[in-house]
Design a protein around this ligand. Structure first.
Ligand code: SF4
Length: 117
């Protein structure tokens, strides 16, 4: 993943590249530390709790509402949602039960928002 973001802090308008290398987030192209902070804030703002519905077998309904128990990095939100939507679980399910542990290695668990009998 590589993203180029224009720093909006000062008129220099540096073009800053953001990418991953061997698991580390690399921020390059900023002329000063304020640009680094700008990018960190930009990335953090996309973080959020993801809610969705996974497939349910053997229950009174076809889908089970779920959500992550912690925020997901903005760049992974769509992948997490897609994984949730393609996951099938079997009733009975208790409210609060872990449906997917450590989804996409984010450290977040996907939790059932209601019970399914
Ligand atoms: S990185 Fe620094 S110099 Fe470049 S636009 Fe941002 S604040 Fe200005």
């Amino acid at each position: 993943m590589k993203e180029r973001i224009t720093c909006a802090i000062c008129p220099m308008a540096c073009e800053i590249d953001v990418f991953e290398r061997e698991g580390d987030l690399i921020i390059a192209g900023n002329r000063c530390g304020r640009g680094h902070e700008f990018i960190q804030k930009h990335l953090d703002e996309g973080d959020r709790i993801v809610t969705g519905r996974c497939l349910l077998s053997g229950g009174q309904m076809n889908r089970l509402p779920v959500s992550t128990n912690t925020k997901i990095p903005g760049k992974l939100v769509n992948q997490v949602l897609e994984t949730i939507q393609n996951t099938r679980v079997q009733a009975p399910i208790k409210r609060g039960q872990i449906i997917i542990e450590n989804i996409l290695e984010t450290g977040a668990n996907v939790i059932a928002q209601r019970k399914a009998l």
